[in-house]
Design a protein around this ligand. Structure first.
Ligand SMILES: [Zn+2]
Length: 122
């Protein structure tokens, strides 16, 4: 297999799949998801970024001071196929043993933006 550089950081791509043009580190940093969901992230109008939550799971994190929200495709903490969702939204108090509170389920893209904004203003 030909060596190829990661399109983000120029490290060598180790995936055996020829269509993959990003490295493992950039994948787990959420860079591919941040790019795929860049319009949604811009429309949230506050800091938001994908983070690896462990075990190959990802959540779109929206920090709120000590607290934070996670938006995911479902309770398994994965990313939806695209911005249209459906989205689930959770809030955590950041204490570590907090299991989180589900704020909303099955949201469209526009409902997600509304709920994030409303929760952030509380
Ligand atoms: Zn990389």
């Amino acid at each position: 297999m030909t060596k190829r550089p990661c399109r983000y950081c120029k490290s060598e791509v180790t995936s055996p799949r020829p269509e993959v043009d990003f490295c493992r580190d950039c994948f787990y940093e959420g860079r591919t998801l941040n790019e795929l969901f860049s319009q949604l992230i811009a429309d949230i109008q506050r800091p938001a970024y994908w983070m690896h939550t462990g075990g190959g799971c990802f959540a779109l994190e929206i920090p709120l001071g000590e607290h934070y929200m996670w938006a995911t495709a479902d309770q398994d903490a994965s990313a939806p196929d695209d911005e249209t969702g459906p989205w689930w939204l959770f809030r955590y108090d950041g204490s570590g043993d907090d299991e989180g509170k589900q704020l909303a389920a099955g949201l469209t893209r526009w409902e997600l933006l509304y709920e994030i904004d409303r929760e952030a203003r509380r």
